[in-house]
Design a protein around this ligand. Structure first.
Ligand code: BGC
Length: 244
């Protein structure tokens, strides 16, 4: 059995819990600290330290981070402070907390969790997870294996970035109805479908809890679509899987 502290970094909060990575279970209460503003490496490293201290943690830590991560190094930070770019996230968080920290992209984390323990479990072929939140994150899983750092939220469509049209932030900011927002999301999904022909789409992020309110507006997508099963657990459980 392997216990890892999973930390899910979002645009508004940094959430942690103890995870049993063999089963995908959360073994403790969740603890959340707001994401600092500005969300610089120093300020966020200090929050990682506080989170590990809250759990009296000295073991391995996995972090899900909202940007492209190559071998622990942050390559993009669309919704955080730009000074993250090219910072070694593994190193900065390890030094701040004194724990062994491994960082992966947040959507890749959620995708791994859904593929191992949730909606994509046991499904052969290509499964694409989209997380709908501040941005749109994506994970491509083929026969249970992750292809890391796909960034479908940054597809350009009609001169606009996909996540500016169809994230749940876009829905809130533009005060879109489920119908108008659902149709934006549908066009993003059809673009991805055209290129990848996946076997299944899994939709995650907080808004996926209301899947029944927008499912009907995605009817031109030919690929089957399901809501994520692990809901708000996927981010933390998936973050912990960075250590496996
Ligand atoms: C980032 C992705 C991230 C997604 C969800 C996007 O803006 O580029 O790396 O997975 O937001 O947080």
């Amino acid at each position: 059995m392997t216990r890892v502290l999973g930390i899910d970094i979002g645009g508004s909060g940094m959430k942690a819990a103890e995870v049993e990575t063999d089963t995908g279970e959360i073994m403790s209460d969740k603890f959340r600290i707001p994401t600092p503003k500005p969300a610089t490496p120093e300020a966020m490293a200090d929050v990682v330290r506080q989170l590990t201290e809250h759990f009296d943690w000295t073991g391995p830590v996995g972090v899900g981070f909202p940007g492209v991560i190559q071998h622990g190094v942050v390559r993009t930070a669309a919704n955080l402070h730009k000074s993250w770019v090219n910072v070694d996230g593994d190193k900065v968080f390890t030094e701040a907390s004194g724990c062994d920290v491994a960082v992966i992209n947040d959507a890749d984390a959620a995708g791994l969790a859904e593929a191992r323990f949730g909606a994509g479990e046991g499904i052969p072929g290509t499964v694409i997870l989209l997380t709908l939140g501040t941005g749109i994150g994506s994970a491509v899983i083929i026969d249970g294996k992750l292809v890391p750092n796909t960034e479908f939220g940054h597809l350009m469509m009609d001169g606009k970035i996909a996540e500016e049209r169809a994230s749940s932030r876009a829905k809130d900011e533009k005060d879109l109805s489920f119908k108008d927002w659902g149709k934006e999301l549908e066009s993003v999904m059809m673009e991805i479908e055209k290129l990848f022909w996946p076997k299944l789409f899994v939709l995650g992020g907080g808004i996926s809890k209301q899947f029944d309110r927008f499912e009907e507006y995605l009817d031109d997508v030919r690929t089957p679509i399901v809501a994520a099963k692990m809901l708000n657990r996927a981010g933390i459980v998936g973050a912990a899987l960075a250590q496996t």
